[in-house]
Design a protein around this ligand. Structure first.
Ligand code: ZN
Ligand code: ZN
Length: 345
């Protein structure tokens, strides 16, 4: 089968590999019907994910059809259409029992697919702990509607959930890339008083304006002043930092009002500094990511009810055989690309 593979730093290649087989009673084999490319795949390519294993098939955003299940898999059956969770988790350990599945202590726990074990930019993928890692897609929900449930949308949903948003709040979201938009969609479900999105790309600001006209827009240069002018207590009540740059990390705490919650969703390329003397007395609460991706069934329900729609994010489509072109486009951010859907073929 075709499998897009991490060769070494700076190089991915489309290889012919054997189809995966069941290795454990909790495994499932899924035929990938639609996948996508995530910024984290680029982080692997550029060497900023040290735990990524050369030789693995990359890709951790996908939906598909269950082909085969191990004897301990009870929640899905062959033929079921499913979303695949970016995280592998056992469901049994201390962290899983508390919903902190990102920190599952199983050897395959956390972000393993497409990083430490073979992922889904391929025709088939083996999913360990399939009772936790797969969710059935409701009838009437298409592959494209469900494509982001296991990764970027799970991230947005988790970020909104842990940020304690109330109807009185002014919420600032920094970054309107795919994860920022997914975060925005999930913040909107909490109905805060006001949502401000800060984004440096004029094209992405236009995307937000076109699809979500009630959202206030600003850019990093004017963000601090804009937020002060458009919030009730001198700054945002909740800030979600989804952009992942040095200046946006700074903006996140700068634009927060005293006693605000700052949720850092972004994955940075390098360490960030918290200048505590400058922040003294602001009494901020920081929450930081990786996603605990254990709400996929609820997210699928919200999609089926028409309350979350991420399909506008799919701006381009390629067959797996042309995935290198898809990467080139995604990486260059050309042609207004937000997300690329990679289909069988
Ligand atoms: Zn991802
Ligand atoms: Zn666990």
């Amino acid at each position: 089968m075709l499998a897009y593979t991490y060769i070494r730093q700076g190089e991915f290649r489309l290889l012919d590999k054997p189809k995966p087989i069941l290795q454990d009673a909790h495994d499932a084999i899924v035929r990938v019907t639609l996948g996508s490319i995530c910024t984290s795949d680029l982080h692997i390519k550029h060497g900023s994910v040290p735990r990524a294993v050369p030789g693995i098939t990359v890709g951790h955003e996908m939906v598909g059809v269950v082909e085969q299940v191990g004897s301990a898999v009870t929640r899905v059956r062959p033929g079921d259409r499913v979303t695949v969770n970016v995280e592998t988790f056992c469901g049994e350990c201390f962290f899983c029992k508390h919903g902190y599945v990102n920190n599952c202590t199983d050897p395959d726990g956390g972000w393993a697919l497409g990083c430490r074990i073979d992922g889904g930019q391929a025709e088939y993928v083996r999913v360990p702990h399939a009772n936790q890692g797969l969710d059935r897609i409701p009838d009437g929900v298409t592959d494209e509607q469900a494509l982001f449930v296991g990764d970027v949308l799970a991230t947005g949903f988790w970020a909104a959930r842990i940020s304690d948003i109330t109807p009185e709040d002014t919420v600032l979201i920094i970054g309107a890339g795919p994860t920022g938009i997914c975060t925005l969609l999930c913040v909107m479900l909490k109905h805060p008083k006001r949502i401000i999105v800060c984004e440096k790309s004029a094209g992405r600001r236009a995307f937000v304006q076109a699809h979500y006209p009630d959202v206030l827009l600003t850019d990093p240069e004017t963000c601090a002043e804009f937020v002060r002018a458009h919030s009730d207590h001198g700054g945002a009540d909740v800030v979600l930092e989804v952009a992942g740059a040095d200046d946006t990390f700074h903006l996140a705490w700068e634009c927060a009002r005293p006693n605000a919650t700052v949720t850092v969703v972004a994955l940075y390329d390098r360490p960030q500094v918290l200048p505590l003397p400058d922040m003294y007395g602001k009494n901020l609460t920081f929450k930081t990511g990786g996603v605990d991706g254990c709400d996929c069934a609820e997210i699928l329900r919200l999609i089926a009810e028409g309350r979350i729609d991420t399909t506008p994010l799919i701006t381009h489509r390629y067959p797996l055989s042309r995935i290198e072109e898809a990467y080139r486009l995604f990486e260059s951010k050309a042609d207004g690309v937000m997300k690329v859907a990679v289909y069988e073929g």
